[in-house]
Ligand binder design. Structure first.
Ligand SMILES: *Cc1c(COP(=O)(O)O)cnc(C)c1O
Length: 387
């Protein structure tokens, strides 16, 4: 009998033959600077829990108190009956933290990016997107009916040339990660705001990896560059430094009102549980009152980058807590990852489709929970594995 899905196992076999079939591991402990996968006890250099908040008891207690008050589920999309007081308070606090008129929470950072790009652009508009933008930005550009132009990574000259040719479009949207998730590089926000002004473009940035980490007050790279007031659309996520779940957009009240009406992942998706909003309110307090977490993270990153550069590893242009060890081949990336795993360290090898062919790497991501001993263990192992 004809099996209409017979092609799927064939595709999986193909991935297996290319050693690209991926499996999901099950963690048997809390998320943290160390984790266990069954009998493997690992120093965790794979998570984005940059401020070590995912298992913080204060987040847990806030969530438990919210569950006691509200129960678990939210019941509907926020527009219908899903928005509770915790969510409203979180949006207000977030806007205060970011210095904007308003904020809006989404069920994920992925939804926030895709749903904002799609809402802001339509046929007759053009989107200018960095080639290394996150998948959720790319998918937003695919959802939109606008024309899409991709510019080489952080290449402002190329972008300016594109903008010169885009005068006939109704509206222009420049969109970029601020801290790029795979190579740890930083977008030239100081130049991007000037280009956006000069060519009358909307500028949208994704601070997913930078919120809570960069800037004196932890607002992200817009704060670091002093351009917060010049970036009208700022996206972030609660799933990285905030140690929780969900995405957000901050900006003017008009922007937020428009997204509430027009962003499909907002309108047609059930609101997150109140407990998540309560936990994220607690995280927001910690981010504001414990700057030592991001200071320690930055010091660890500097220490590790120096040590690995001295060993001769190529780290690209990372200036952040995301440190790529760039290697020539996919096989080498996976071999290093395996050997580190055998030595008790979780450092994911990154390969297509997460990066283009030929740009494979080990992605080290640091947390303020890492001790000097954790870092020394990694440095020593990579020294032994250097050939
Ligand atoms: C993780 C990530 C997202 C998606 O956020 P989630 O909350 O995990 O869905 C968006 N943008 C970038 C750059 C990311 O790294």
């Amino acid at each position: 009998m004809f099996d209409p899905l017979a092609w799927i196992p064939e595709q999986l076999d193909l991935l297996h033959a290319m050693e690209r079939r991926r499996a999901i591991h099950v963690r048997s402990t809390q998320q943290g600077a160390t984790v266990s996968w069954r009998e493997n006890h690992l120093i965790n250099f794979g998570s984005n829990d940059y401020l070590d908040l995912a298992a913080d008891p204060r987040l847990r207690d806030a969530a438990q108190a919210a569950i006691a008050r509200e129960g678990w589920g939210s019941g509907a999309s926020p527009l219908i009956t899903g928005r509770g007081s915790e969510q409203a308070q979180l949006e207000a606090e977030l806007a205060r933290f970011e210095g904007t008129e308003a904020g809006l929470t989404f069920s994920s950072g992925f939804a926030a990016n895709a749903g904002t790009i799609d809402a802001l652009t339509d046929r007759g508009d053009v989107i200018l997107s960095d080639e290394k933008n996150h998948a959720s930005i790319i998918d937003g550009t695919r959802l939109s009916k606008a024309t899409v132009r991709v510019y080489p990574h952080r290449d402002v000259d190329y972008l300016e040339n594109l903008l010169k040719q885009c005068g006939t479009f109704r509206r222009r949207l420049i969109v970029t990660d601020t801290l790029f998730s795979m190579d740890g590089t930083i977008a030239p926000l100081d130049e991007l705001v000037d280009l956006a002004d000069k060519y009358e473009a909307m500028l949208m940035v994704d601070e997913a990896h930078a919120t809570g980490v960069f800037g004196e007050h932890g607002h992200g790279l817009c704060e670091h560059f002093g351009v917060e007031d010049r970036v009208p659309v700022r996206v972030g996520t609660f799933s990285k430094a905030f140690g929780g779940h969900g995405g957000f957009v901050v900006g003017s009240q008009a922007l937020i009102d428009y997204l509430v009406n027009r962003s499909r992942p907002y309108v047609f998706s059930t609101a997150a549980p109140a407990a998540n909003a309560a936990a994220m309110l607690a995280a927001l307090q910690i981010v504001q009152h414990e700057p030592e977490r991001r200071q320690k993270l930055m010091a660890s990153a500097e220490f590790l980058r120096d040590a690995l550069r001295q060993q001769g590893w190529s780290l690209g242009d990372s200036h952040s807590q995301i440190i790529p060890v760039i290697v020539e081949t996919e096989a080498l990336a996976m071999e290093l990852s395996t050997k580190l795993f055998e030595r008790g360290m979780l450092v994911p090898g990154i390969r297509p489709p997460s990066v283009p062919d030929g740009e494979c790497l080990l992605r080290i991501s640091l947390s303020s929970g890492h001790t000097r001993q954790h870092l020394d263990t990694l440095v020593e192992a990579l020294k032994q594995l250097r050939f």
